[in-house]
Design a protein around this ligand. Structure first.
Ligand SMILES: [Zn+2]
Length: 200
């Protein structure tokens, strides 16, 4: 995904035209630009719903560290502290295998959980699989916004869908079942094609 995503999304909300394009990257400036873009995107939507969005803090861990809700193994969101934790060693490996949007999908998915918190969805005691598939869908909605701005690069969508599928599982019996690879890939693409479908 291109670096000026945040600027472009801010520009979009101000009705301005996106700026020049830059090279795709998975580095900390791009990560914080995409994070700012997610803040702006969801901030705008929640504001229109009359909800004040407290942006989640994003922490990049180089090691497995204890976060407010468990060790930083890959990527997760802690609801109580409204924080996102990325294990950058694992993220880098994922990006190396799949591409930069594997990392941005993961970040957008975790932002999806922060949106669920603000909408009161996390308080509803829903099965984890329902929450996970909706977070994939919300990640797809963000990818759609970046596509509208012309900053989604060829392959980004496929990388996002692949990452969603890679993190699926078939542990139906397990309470931590996140959805099958097919369900997760489909949820992401559904959010991309029709963001409203995330709330149906
Ligand atoms: Zn999740």
């Amino acid at each position: 995904m291109k670096k000026q995503v945040a600027v472009s999304i801010l520009a979009l909300s101000l009705g301005l035209f996106p700026f020049q394009t830059t090279q795709a990257a998975w580095d900390s400036p791009t990560l914080s630009a995409v994070s700012n873009g997610l803040d702006a995107f969801w901030g705008g939507i929640l504001t229109r719903l009359g909800i004040r969005y407290t942006y989640p803090m994003v922490y990049s861990h180089r090691n497995i560290e204890l976060t407010p809700c468990g060790p930083s193994l890959l990527a997760h969101y802690c609801s109580d502290s409204n924080t996102i934790h990325l294990n950058m060693v694992q993220m880098d490996k994922l990006v190396e295998r799949v591409g930069d949007s594997a990392g941005f999908f993961s970040l957008a998915h975790e932002y999806g959980h922060s949106v669920q918190k603000h909408l009161g969805i996390l308080d509803k005691n829903l099965p984890i699989v329902v929450l996970e598939l909706q977070a994939d869908c919300l990640a797809g909605a963000f990818f759609a916004a970046t596509d509208e701005l012309g900053i989604l690069e060829p392959g980004d969508l496929k990388e996002g869908a692949m990452t969603a599928m890679m993190t699926g599982d078939y542990d139906y019996e397990h309470t931590h079942h996140h959805g099958t690879p097919e369900q997760r890939g489909r949820a992401f693409l559904s959010g991309f094609n029709d963001p409203k479908s995330c709330f149906q």
